[in-house]
Design a protein around this ligand. Structure first.
Ligand SMILES: *Cc1c(COP(=O)(O)O)cnc(C)c1O
Length: 366
């Protein structure tokens, strides 16, 4: 079992080891294109596209959380692109979830396919069926966003590894506190730190983590050459956000469990997905592979009108796309064309005190 408490406690003190007397305790932002660089440049910060002390501080935190080297990117999609473009070659085949974050599939369709990288789609709930023979890269997302089906990370990793594929897990919905794909056998983790890790809905950010040094070297080289580098200010915001991730994530997951339980019994709710509920189809797997059950709830109301009315009518729900912020937020995913019911709402439970939040949800449903 992993130790999230020790990880969280030491995360906050990582910077302390390096502080000289009189230096600021909080991290300074270093916006720099140039560095003082006379003579032999080897071993020094050289140029703003290669190095930045503010990214490095965030990467140190992410590496501590992942128990693996981590590379920072300006968004979750930039992290996913870095894995695709550094690892794949013409003629490779990729397996993607049919029900995961849709932009990953669009990226494959628009930019991998024309370069000769083909891909297949498979539903997360039956991801093991059909095996992984012939794939260079197997990309999973569990719980899949937005439908919240799960797949067995350890089983996928074992089977895909035996077939010679690299396994990439998009861990955005869970964060390293909620689920640890690298410990379960995945080769690479990608995540959008735009969501809960930053947590304040004011920056986009992402990272790649891996215990394979070749993978890390590949994505670093991709970042340096493609120029997909994070801005120092965004890195600083994420550094600050990560300091409180554990306390926010704990509140969000606990509140989501309570709310899911209450919604389940509500007459206006036609269907509910939350891996923490005993009768959810994924519950046993969730107990086995997740540290927490997450803060996302999928609820289906009667119709599009009922769903939109619920989202707009609740004072403590921010209507918005994206999730994982301190504000509880929700959206009707069918508005983007996701294969879900018109009345399906993805609810991202935030940090509001639970009884206040529940009272407004109950009122808005009624
Ligand atoms: C949001 C999200 C992404 C993309 O992150 P951006 O920071 O918006 O680029 C990738 N995967 C999942 C599961 C997401 O929810």
């Amino acid at each position: 079992m992993t130790d999230n408490s020790a990880r969280a406690a030491h995360l906050i003190h990582l910077r302390r080891r390096k502080l000289a007397k009189g230096e600021p305790v909080p991290l300074p932002i270093t916006p720099a294109a140039m560095f003082n660089l006379p003579g032999d440049p080897a071993g020094f910060a050289q140029y703003g596209r290669f190095d930045n002390p503010t990214w490095e501080a965030v990467e140190e935190m992410l590496a501590h959380l992942e128990d693996a080297p981590a590379v920072a990117f300006p968004s979750g999609m930039a992290a996913i692109s870095a894995v695709f473009f550094s690892q794949l070659r013409s003629g490779d085949r990729v397996l993607l979830p049919s029900d995961g974050y849709y932009t990953t599939r669009v990226l494959a369709e628009r930019f991998l396919k024309p370069l000769g990288v083909s891909f297949d789609l498979r539903a997360t709930g039956t991801f093991l069926d059909g095996g992984f023979e012939g794939y260079r890269l197997v990309f999973l997302e569990t719980p899949a966003n937005p439908g919240l089906d799960l797949c067995d990370i350890a089983a996928v990793a074992a089977a895909a590894d035996a077939a010679g594929a690299t396994v990439v897990a998009d861990n955005t919905t869970m964060t390293p506190y909620g689920q640890r794909p690298l410990d379960l056998g995945a080769d690479i983790v990608v995540a959008a730190d735009t969501k809960a890790p930053n947590g304040h809905s004011d920056a986009l950010f992402g990272h790649v983590a891996s215990r394979d040094a070749t993978v890390i070297a590949g994505v670093k080289e991709w970042r340096k050459l493609s120029g997909a580098i994070p801005g120092p200010f965004e890195a600083w915001l994420v550094h600050r956000g990560l300091e409180t991730l554990e306390v926010r994530f704990d509140r969000m997951c606990s509140s989501a469990e309570t709310i899911a339980r209450r919604l389940k019994d509500h007459p206006k709710v036609k269907a509910l997905r939350f891996p923490g509920l005993e009768d959810d189809p994924s519950h046993n797997l969730a107990r086995a592979q997740m540290e927490r059950f997450g803060f996302l709830i999928g609820l289906t109301l009667e119709s599009e009108t009922a769903a939109e009315g619920f989202i707009d009518g609740c004072e403590l729900i921010q209507p918005a796309t994206s999730f994982g912020g301190v504000h509880t937020s929700a959206e009707r995913r069918a508005r983007w064309g996701d294969a879900v019911a018109p009345g399906f709402v993805r609810l991202s439970v935030g940090c509001e005190p639970i009884e206040e939040l529940w009272a407004t949800i109950e009122r808005a449903l009624g």
